[in-house]
Ligand binder design. Structure first.
Ligand code: ADP
Ligand code: MG
Length: 266
């Protein structure tokens, strides 16, 4: 059974897509079976994975509306992870779903059909807390929150955490915070260091140890339709995402060991 992780933050431009794509590629390079779900109508994760969003059909839209089986929409990518592509059709799906029954659990139900084929499923969320993101949070075991260490970074987090609370109460009691990931980090920036310190004060060990530096190669890679480790594997950005993949694998081992211990006790 795959662990399902939503990459979400309703702020745009904080590094959600960059993280989803490059973490998917880094985990695949570490021999994990990975599915990346592009759940943002902008389709950036699809394009950054080397798939043309304009011709990707069926995609997440048809899957959400039960018009195509998920298996039919999933594609293989050059970096050895699978992709459920997304594009502007997702906006139409979100609107059509407004009146549907069980509208928040469509993605969860669709992923249930393929979860035994993967070790990890990553969902790249749109910059909002509307129905697409709610579907992702309802399906997920963990929430990975990219945070750009800038002024106002913490302000947005409180409404995200309120949403997590509401989702736990009504849709998915097992949703956990996987971690907060500092992105586009520049050590020379005093404000960044200050915000980073505030994050640690507020969220303690929920702040991941891995830090993603600001690195121009990470910004260039999507226009080549490649994750960073195919575009420039020795760049600081590539190394940082490999480090993040390692941290998540170690965390998961820790979680498994803990649940094994609980099983042993019970
Ligand atoms: P989101 O998905 O949260 O909107 P993106 O991942 O698309 O954010 O990132 C926003 C912009 O910043 C993109 O142009 C992306 O290429 C760039 N970017 C993201 N992470 C980095 C980084 N670590 N260093 C440099 N540029 C980055
Ligand atoms: Mg994005």
């Amino acid at each position: 059974m795959a662990r399902i992780i939503a990459v979400a933050n309703q702020k745009g431009g904080v590094g959600k897509t960059t993280t989803a794509v490059n973490l998917a590629a880094a985990l695949a390079a570490a021999k994990r079976k990975v599915l990346l779900v592009d759940f943002d109508p902008q389709g950036n994760a699809t394009m950054a994975s080397g798939v043309d969003k304009r011709v990707a059909k069926p995609n997440g839209c048809e899957v959400l509306l039960d018009e195509a089986p998920i298996e039919q929409a999933i594609l293989k990518t050059e970096a050895n992870y699978d992709l459920l592509p997304g594009n502007g059709d997702l906006t139409a799906a979100e609107l059509k779903l407004m009146d549907a029954i069980a509208r928040e659990s469509r993605l969860k139900d669709a992923l249930a059909k393929v979860t035994d084929r993967y070790d990890i499923i990553l969902i790249d969320c749109p910059p909002s807390l509307h129905l697409l993101t709610l579907n992702a949070l309802a399906a997920a075991n963990g929430l990975l929150i990219p945070v750009q260490c800038e002024y106002f970074a913490l302000e947005g987090l409180s409404s995200l955490l309120d949403t997590v609370k509401a989702v736990r109460q009504r849709l998915n009691p097992t949703l956990e915070i996987e971690g907060l990931l500092r992105t586009m980090y520049d050590v020379r920036n005093n404000l960044g260091n200050e915000v980073s310190a505030q994050l640690t004060t507020h969220f303690g060990d929920k702040v991941l140890r891995s830090i993603i530096p600001r690195n121009v190669r990470l910004a260039e890679a999507p226009s080549h339709g490649q994750p960073i480790h195919l575009y420039d594997r020795s760049s600081r950005g590539a190394i940082a995402y490999i480090g993040l993949a390692g941290e998540m694998i170690r965390r998961e081992r820790g979680l498994n060991a803990a649940s094994q211990e609980t099983n042993d006790v019970v």
